[in-house]
Every structure is written in structure tokens, then in C-alpha cells.
Design a protein around this ligand. Structure first.
Ligand SMILES: NC(=O)c1ccc[n+]([C@@H]2O[C@H](COP(=O)([O-])OP(=O)(O)OC[C@H]3O[C@@H](n4cnc5c(N)ncnc54)[C@H](OP(=O)(O)O)[C@@H]3O)[C@@H](O)[C@H]2O)c1
Length: 267
């Protein structure tokens, strides 16, 4: 069997400037083999540079890990992005290629579905959450298609809302549901690629904080309660759980794995 970790790996992580993506970059870097390359994608150059610094602090210099940052708005055209990202995949005999589709957004959650009449805002949302997701995944598979000795893994950060209609989060639910189905189909079409959707559960990030702006008062209270009752985790726990799943390599390709709920002891 081709090893999962500890080998020269080409790895792309989107949404790496903050939150779960930053944590994923740091934790994954510790598992990569000598001579690996990591490409971190997001808009914020400052955020990406900070992640790069933390990654390089986390690994020994003997690993010779190369970390590249690509500042790009994934809601916009991706021609330069793909050239830029895959230019870093040359010249190394990789044994594993990993794409982590983690970037995502909530959309304008201060309004309900029936108030969404701004087509350009909608286009921008679908571009970030779906079109760039498909295009990057497709380019990634194309890049490594003929490399039969390279293990290929594509992961996406999913959510329970992909299967659960949530008032106030209509576009987010729809994007996550579509991504889930896209990955299920991908797994059938590409048996040589390990495909996984992973839902990290509630995680303490900027996105989680933004949920306080949700238009539906009951949901605002629900999310507040989750925070107050300690159900929201630091990113490290779900990220390590995901990496354990990848390492064990027992998941059915295309499946949806969710972080188990945090058990709250009653006082
Ligand atoms: N936090 C949770 O409880 C939770 C639960 C389930 C699933 N998730 C999913 O986990 C993923 C990460 O979320 P998070 O909680 O870590 O959120 P976050 O802290 O807000 O991070 C979002 C990341 O996406 C990037 N991003 C946003 N818009 C972008 C754009 N237009 N172009 C390029 N990059 C963009 C951001 O970077 P820039 O702003 O620098 O571009 C940032 O790196 C998302 O897909 C989210 O749906 C989160």
C-alpha cells in the first residue's frame, strides 16, 4: 500500500489564512515527509504569512518543507490561481498529493432566503463555495492523473448543515449539500482518488462568531447557547481527528464523516 504520511507530499490548503485552515496547515505539516511542498491559499497576505511562520515553527528544518503562499480571491476567475498553485508541483518526486478544500463563507446571513435578490452577490458566493471548489479539484486531479505511483487525496471541510435545513443559513446549507454530492460523484468517477467530506462540528473561529449576525433570532440564541455551554471546540481537536481518519485510511471514498458531538457534563 502507498503510505499516507511521512512521504514527499504536495499539499494545497485553501482558506489557510485563519481558523480551521490555519490549524490544518500546522497539524498536517508535522506529518509530511522530507521534501514536501505546501501551498497555502486565501485572500489575506498577512494571514497567510502568519500561517506560514507557524508551520515553519512546527516542523524541523531537516524536513526541508517548502511553504508557498498564494493570495487569491476564490470568488474571482481562477486562471492565474491554477498556474500559480501548480507551478510549485514541479521538480519533486512526490508520493502523495493532498488537496484540502477548506475555504468557505456563510453569505449574507443578516437576510433570509426570500430577501436574496442580488445576483452579483449570489454569483460571488457560488463562485467561492462551488465553482472554485470544482475547478481546483478538477485541476488537481488532472495534474496528477497519470502519476500512478502518487497517492491522491481530496478533502473538503463540510458541515452538518449539508444534510440539515437550517433557517437563516439557506445558501450555506445549499453550498455544503452541493459539495457533498459533488464529492460523492467524484469518488465514483475517480476510483484512484481518496475522497472525503469532513464536518468538524462547531469550531471557535471568525466564521463561528459571525453566526451571531444571523437573521433568525431562535438560531442566534441556539448558537449563543452552544458557545456558552462549551460545545464549541478549538480547531485542533477536529483537525487531528480528520488526520487520524486519513492516516487509518479505512474510510469509504466519497463518504461524509462528522466530528462526534462534544459531550457536556451536566453540573
Ligand atoms: N467554524 C465552524 O464551526 C465550522 C463548522 C463546520 C464547517 N466549517 C467550515 O470550515 C471551513 C473553514 O471555516 P472557519 O470556521 O475556519 O472560518 P474562518 O476562520 O472564517 O476561515 C475562512 C477561511 O476561508 C478563507 N476565505 C474566505 N473567503 C475567501 C475568498 N473569497 N477567497 C479565498 N479565501 C477565502 C479565509 O481567508 P481570507 O479571508 O484571507 O480570504 C479563511 O482563511 C469553511 O468551509 C466552513 O464552512 C466551519
Amino acid at each position: 500500500m502507498r503510505p499516507v504520511f511521512g512521504v514527499p507530499t504536495f499539499c494545497i490548503i485553501t482558506g489557510a489564512s485563519a481558523g480551521i485552515g490555519r490549524c490544518m496547515s500546522i497539524e498536517l505539516s508535522k506529518l509530511l515527509g522530507k521534501g514536501s511542498v505546501m501551498v497555502l491559499v486565501a485572500r489575506s497576505k498577512i494571514g497567510l504569512m502568519e500561517t506560514k511562520k507557524l508551520v515553519l515553527q512546527a516542523v524541523s528544518s531537516e524536513k526541508d518543507l517548502q511553504v508557498y503562499t498564494v493570495s487569491h480571491d476564490l470568488s474571482k476567475s481562477n486562471t492565474n490561481l491554477l498556474d500559480n498553485v501548480f507551478s510549485h508541483a514541479e521538480g519533486v518526486d512526490f508520493r502523495h498529493a493532498i488537496l484540502v478544500n477548506n475555504a468557505g463563507s456563510l453569505s449574507d446571513i443578516t437576510i433570509k432566503l426570500s430577501e436574496n435578490d442580488d445576483v452579483s452577490a449570489l454569483d460571488s458566493f457560488w463562485s467561492l463555495n462551488l465553482s472554485s471548489f470544482v475547478a481546483l479539484t478538477s485541476a488537481f486531479i488532472g495534474k496528477f492523473r497519470n502519476a500512478s505511483d502518487v497517492r491522491k487525496t481530496v478533502v473538503q471541510t463540510s458541515s452538518r448543515t449539508s444534510e440539515q435545513p437550517t433557517p437563516g443559513l439557506s445558501l450555506y446549507c445549499a453550498a455544503k449539500a452541493a459539495r457533498l454530492m459533488l464529492f460523492k460523484v467524484l469518488a465514483i468517477e475517480e476510483p484512484d482518488v481518496r475522497v472525503l467530506s469532513f464536518g468538524p462540528g462547531p469550531v471557535n473561529t471568525d466564521m463561528w462568531d459571525s453566526l451571531q449576525q444571523i437573521s433568525v433570532p431562535e438560531m442566534r440564541q441556539f448558537f449563543s447557547h452552544m458557545t456558552a455551554s462549551g460545545q464549541v471546540r478549538d480547531a485542533t481537536e477536529p483537525v487531528r481527528h480528520l488526520l487520524d481518519i486519513l492516516q487509518a485510511d479505512e474510510f469509504v471514498s466519497g463518504s461524509h464523516m462528522l466530528m462526534p458531538d462534544k459531550v457536556i457534563e451536566s453540573q
